[in-house]
Design a protein around this ligand. Structure first.
Ligand SMILES: Nc1ncnc2c1ncn2[C@@H]1O[C@H](COP(=O)(O)OP(=O)(O)OP(=O)(O)O)[C@@H](O)[C@H]1O
Length: 204
């Protein structure tokens, strides 16, 4: 398998945030942190072409502006903090789910027969991650992917995600609030301070 290309943000500007230029290489996890309302989710949404913005985003030599939004989003996959579900049954969203992945995320295959309406927020979050990963994107954008999970489940989901990221060499932007999580997963850590994104140590 060829490694996915790097993700490049070039003077990307959305909302109040000063323009952001950074490169996420294949297999790197860049964590974004910052106060509530500082613009982390909007930045991810701009990278996914879900929000109007200035500047450029490139996937290798593919310019975001050169692709229809749906084609870009199939490659540059956002997993929002609150996932969207449009079919009634879980299995309709996960036609290629592997029992080993379900087990690693704390489910038995029976979950595929469950109604989406009965899912807890933590169950939804884990299944939304599995859905995104099973669509084989080139980049993952994760908005607080473990926000609704207890400590033990967080570690389990992190381990599963990190194994997939290492296997697939995806560049990853990962919004996180928890310093311990950032220390565990980040290759680099960017923190929003005022209007600026500044590099911060990954271990604080
Ligand atoms: N479409 C929009 N137009 C104008 N302002 C918006 C829009 N969407 C969000 N905002 C505002 O932009 C700011 C940043 O929002 P964002 O959701 O990116 O914050 P965040 O850093 O992800 O916060 P949190 O950690 O609470 O999730 C907030 O003040 C929000 O109200």
């Amino acid at each position: 398998m060829t490694a996915p290309p790097s993700l490049h943000l070039v003077r990307l500007a959305v909302g109040e945030l000063a323009p952001v230029t950074l490169t996420v290489a294949p297999g790197e996890v860049h964590c974004l942190s910052g106060p509530s309302g500082s613009g982390k989710s909007r930045l991810l949404r701009a990278v996914a072409d879900l929000e109007a913005h200035d500047g450029e985003v490139w996937l290798g030599d593919i310019d975001q502006a050169s692709l229809p939004a749906h084609a870009w989003r199939a490659r540059v996959m956002l997993v929002p903090a609150e996932s969207h579900w449009w079919e009634d049954e879980v299995g309709e969203h996960l036609p290629r789910a592997e029992a080993s992945d379900l087990e690693a995320l704390g489910f038995t295959p029976e979950v595929l027969t469950w109604q989406v309406a009965r899912l807890s927020s933590g169950e939804k979050q884990r299944l939304a991650l599995l859905r995104a990963v099973s669509l084989e994107p080139s980049v993952l954008l994760l908005d607080e992917p473990t926000a609704n999970l207890d400590g033990a489940t967080t570690r389990r989901v992190e381990a599963w995600l990190m194994a997939r990221i290492r296997e697939r060499h995806w560049p990853v932007l990962w919004v996180a609030h928890d310093a311990d999580q950032i220390a565990r997963v980040a290759t680099r850590h960017w923190r929003i301070e005022g209007r600026n994104l500044r590099e911060a140590p990954a271990w604080v």
